[in-house]
Design a protein around this ligand. Structure first.
Ligand code: HEC
Length: 205
């Protein structure tokens, strides 16, 4: 009962802040967070703490549009600093494993087994190969990615880094931060990087 009262009170406060035109972005974010937190509960591995925003997410919520250049730069700098490259210096794994990861949308949901590896679900947002005709277009087509970019050390580093943490290169990207958020392991990111860059990969055929 208490929870229900809390929720409706929060919604009332939230609605009031809109109708009275309270402009401060931080106020809006706080009210939205209260409503969200009151609306969800822990279920399996999907815990309510997923709603806690880090500095990047907070800044992206505060500036959803017309984001000042300095803010975008700050977000990218924060995330570049957090980047972790493989200790062995090797950025390319096995593209065949990478293709399986790109195809798989399993993982991180309350019903998934947290002990099993997650997928990257890359096709949900990107075209990657000619063979797979079912893909989303939130992200740009990555077909021929390696052919167009080449396979230099700099491109390997950018590609691994982009998949590890997209925010380091494009503030408030819609792309998940696969390495930073522990969705994919380092070995899995190497495999997906190879899928994009290996000349034998169907991405480049
Ligand atoms: C929820 C959607 C989404 C998913 C899932 C996703 N991406 Fe992206 N990706 C994007 C968007 C949007 C962009 C363009 C904006 C940006 O650069 O961040 C992008 C950009 C990229 C780029 C940069 C392209 C360039 O021209 O430099 C690469 C590389 C990439 N994604 C690889 C991947 C891989 C590999 C996966 C799977 C492990 C993946 N993405 C999963 C949305 C997604």
């Amino acid at each position: 009962m208490k929870n229900i009262q809390f929720t409706s009170l929060s919604i009332a406060v939230f609605a009031a802040s809109i109708s009275t035109g309270v402009a401060a972005d931080s106020v809006k974010t706080t009210q939205a967070e209260i409503v969200m937190k009151a609306s969800f509960k822990d279920r399996g591995q999907a815990k309510v703490d997923r709603l806690n925003q880090d500095e990047t997410q907070r800044l992206c919520s505060q500036y959803p549009d017309n984001r000042p250049k300095e803010i975008a730069k700050r977000i990218e700098a924060i995330n570049l600093k957090l980047m972790k490259y493989p200790a062995d210096g090797k950025l390319l794994g096995d593209w065949k494993e990478g293709e399986k990861i790109a195809q798989s949308g399993v993982g991180k949901q309350f019903s998934d087994d947290p002990a099993q590896p997650a997928g990257g679900n890359c096709y949900a947002c990107h075209q990657l190969t000619k063979e797979e005709i079912s893909f989303g277009n939130i992200g740009p087509s990555l077909y021929n990615y390696g052919k167009l970019r080449g396979n230099t050390d700099a491109i390997q580093k950018y590609t691994f880094g982009k998949i590890y943490n997209a925010e380091a290169y494009s503030a408030c990207s819609n792309m998940p931060r696969f390495g930073h958020n522990g969705i994919l392991t380092e070995a899995q990111i190497k495999n997906v990087t190879a899928l994009l860059l290996d000349p034998d990969s169907p991405v480049n055929k």
